[in-house]
Design a protein around this ligand. Sequence first.
Ligand SMILES: Nc1nc2c(ncn2[C@@H]2O[C@H](COP(=O)(O)OP(=O)(O)OP(=O)(O)O)[C@@H](O)[C@H]2O)c(=O)[nH]1
Ligand SMILES: [Mg+2]
Length: 301
Amino acid sequence: MNTKSAFIAVTGRPNAGKSSLVNLLVGEKVAIVSEKPQTTRTRINGVLTKDEVQYVFIDTPGMHKARNKLSDNMVRTIKDSVDDVDAIILMTDASKGVSPIEKSLIESFAARNADVILLINKVDLLKDKTVLLSLIDTYRAMFDFAQIIPISVKNQINTDEIMPVLEKYAKDGPHYFDDDLPTDQTERVWLAELIREKILRNMQEEIPHGTAVYIESLETRKTRAGKDIVDIGAVILCEKASHKGMIIGRQGDMLKKIGTLAREEMEDYFDCKVNMKLWVKVREDWRNKESVIADLGLKAD
Ligand SMILES: Nc1nc2c(ncn2[C@@H]2O[C@H](COP(=O)(O)OP(=O)(O)OP(=O)(O)O)[C@@H](O)[C@H]2O)c(=O)[nH]1
Ligand SMILES: [Mg+2]
């Protein structure tokens, strides 16, 4: 069989729904999703193998102005991820106008003569559909997109139209990733991300953005009854002692909530009981420390 591959980068403003799209296309939760901008921090490859073609969807952080060394690395990751791909998906938000960040992204695509598919997401939020038509005209005037599709990932509107468009970008070549795995992230990284997702969804303002999570231990053992149980030890890193107190919460209730939500999802994944221990540690201003950023695996290549 002649194998093919297609590398598709998914870019756009923070919170547009990029990770939601990658999860939908891959059919598995490979990237975490939250209502807060700047949820994704690294390049995440979502892999879908359909017959001879292997699609690699590259989920990227939302494009923004860097404010610290972490976001500096995030922005570099976006730029690296759109290099050498077969096509780029630009995802925008129908409920918002064209942002300056989008404008500059589109200008960079034009300069490189890239193949770009525009997905205008969240059309479910539009009450007045004429807004969509004028938005399409505005984007069309900015760049010669290969295709423009208004979609809703949430309500799966027009989402069936995406794959047939992407098929055209598959090129002869090997499958670069395992055909049977939906992502090349390590299990530890993915588990840590699940915990970070629960922090993002349950805590407000700067606190979730100033946290990072890593798995310190991961082991499977048998219970006395002979059943599998997974022991996980994870560390939540935060920037300030005051944040640590809030992450733990009154009588530990916030940490308990985060831990329970993450554990339930992990139990579904492992299909057995999970015993999780969470520790909260303070690392002052870690988002400006390159060595910590590198240790956490958040450095751009
Ligand atoms: N109403 C609506 N909400 C959506 C849709 N698609 C995604 N969302 C929501 O938008 C929010 C952001 O989704 P993400 O997938 O995390 O967005 P992202 O572009 O990956 O965000 P960053 O990683 O921060 O750049 C979440 O609350 C999603 O549930 C959609 O079609 N309609
Ligand atoms: Mg994301």
